[in-house]
Ligand binder design. Structure first.
Ligand code: NAD
Length: 355
């Protein structure tokens, strides 16, 4: 074994994991010294926020159920105003990446610790990355103060996540780990986390498809999502995340599904320049090839494979290619217009990834 020089800079968050862990929200709030927390959710999952507020009693200052995808600035302003109005000294975000993102937008401006209770596999709860959408474009940044202080992972909350969305969200998590395995700033620990995260999720997906209420499979997926999110929080991402960000922002494609459609193709693009990452991913999947293995896993699970099925029109492909290479970013393989176009065309049609 030979270890190259590296820097390891973990993000400190307390993790409370397991079935029933939601009931520990009160003690976790107390541990942070909070007396009045604002509880956030999306409009569709107000019942989750109400359950948390009920458990907290007087320690809940109110509920804001206005979280929506990509944190529009108007939503962030309204949520901050509600936090101020209710004199909140902490935030509890129960939901997917959209709800966690709203909590981060509040913590960017106000001195409030966040407790995140994720209900998808997106992984935002483990990162100091925030995003805000203004005037049609999303700006992202890294800011340590938006990193949740505590994350409660209760797999029971994920049982109602529909299977197609579960698979897409699981692919979103795997994407963090896969790109983490070829990130220039990765280290031996992120490599371990990434491979273990992919393995946990990949082995759980078939069980989840067979039975959406399989407790072990739900638990393994959320555990894998934690590991993959931890990788996302520590290292830089490449082509795949850039493509998802660009296509999601420019064409309004749904976040998790975009990851699911693109990941096998982005990995195929990078495969020849990231052989050791591909070996780790394939080993974690238990399949001979990383790109083909992920494509097959998604196809066998009935996941959406084609960008055209989630809203990308064929006449938008050229603009997508243009946006993908408009600004440079780190990636193991240099960005080549013709090859990128082939990648996007293939993902648009939902074909097998190119060799
Ligand atoms: P989301 O939070 O919008 O959730 C997707 C859908 O799933 C929504 O319709 C939601 O109502 C539903 N849902 C969530 N939990 C559910 C449950 N348990 N049961 C049934 N339905 C449920 O989307 P997401 O995919 O979780 O997150 C995407 C957002 O997060 C994007 O804005 C993305 O940019 C951001 N994100 C940020 C980071 C980061 O590090 N900052 C990381 C990953 C994702």
């Amino acid at each position: 074994m030979s270890i190259d020089a590296f820097t390891y800079s973990p993000n400190a968050a307390r993790i409370v994991f397991g079935y029933g862990s939601l009931s520990r929200i009160g003690e976790e709030i107390q541990r942070l010294g909070c007396k009045r927390v604002l509880v956030l959710s999306t409009p569709g999952h107000l019942q989750h926020a109400e359950r948390v507020a009920e458990t907290l009693g007087a320690a809940a200052s109110g509920i804001f159920d206005g979280a929506v995808m990509h944190v529009p600035i108007e939503t962030a302003l309204a949520a901050r105003a509600e936090a101020r109005r209710t004199h909140a000294d902490g935030i509890v975000a129960i939901g997917g990446g959209s709800t966690t993102g709203l909590a981060k937008a509040i913590a960017l401006e106000l001195p409030v610790p966040i407790v995140a209770i994720p209900t998808t596999y997106a992984g935002s709860e483990m990162t100091p990355i925030y995003g805000l959408t203004e005037g049609g474009s999303k700006r992202t940044g890294r800011e340590p103060k938006v990193l949740p202080k505590c994350v409660i992972y209760d797999p029971a909350l994920t049982h109602e996540l529909p299977i197609p969305l579960s698979i897409a969200s699981a692919m979103n998590a795997i994407a963090h780990a896969a790109e983490g395995l070829y990130a220039a700033d990765r280290n031996p620990v992120t490599d371990l986390l990434a491979e273990a995260g992919i393995r946990a999720i990949a082995s759980a997906i078939p069980k989840l498809v067979a039975d959406p209420h399989d407790r072990d499979a739900r638990s393994d997926c959320l555990y894998g999502a934690w590991l993959c999110g931890t990788v996302l929080g520590m290292v830089g991402m490449g082509l795949h995340h850039k493509l998802c960000h660009t296509l999601g922002g420019a064409f309004g494609l749904p976040h998790a599904e975009t990851h699911g459609c693109l990941l096998p193709h982005a990995l195929a693009y990078n495969a020849s320049c990231a052989t050791s990452a591909m070996t780790s991913i394939a080993r974690a999947l238990g399949r001979p090839s990383a790109p083909a293995g992920l494509y097959e896993l998604a196809a066998e699970s009935g996941a959406t494979l084609a960008l055209r099925d989630i809203g990308l029109r064929e006449d938008q492909i050229d603009r997508a290619v243009h946006l993908a290479i408009a600004s440079p970013y780190p990636n193991p393989r240099p960005l080549e217009r013709a090859a990128l176009r082939r990648l996007i065309v293939n993902a648009w049609a939902g074909e097998r990834p190119l060799d």
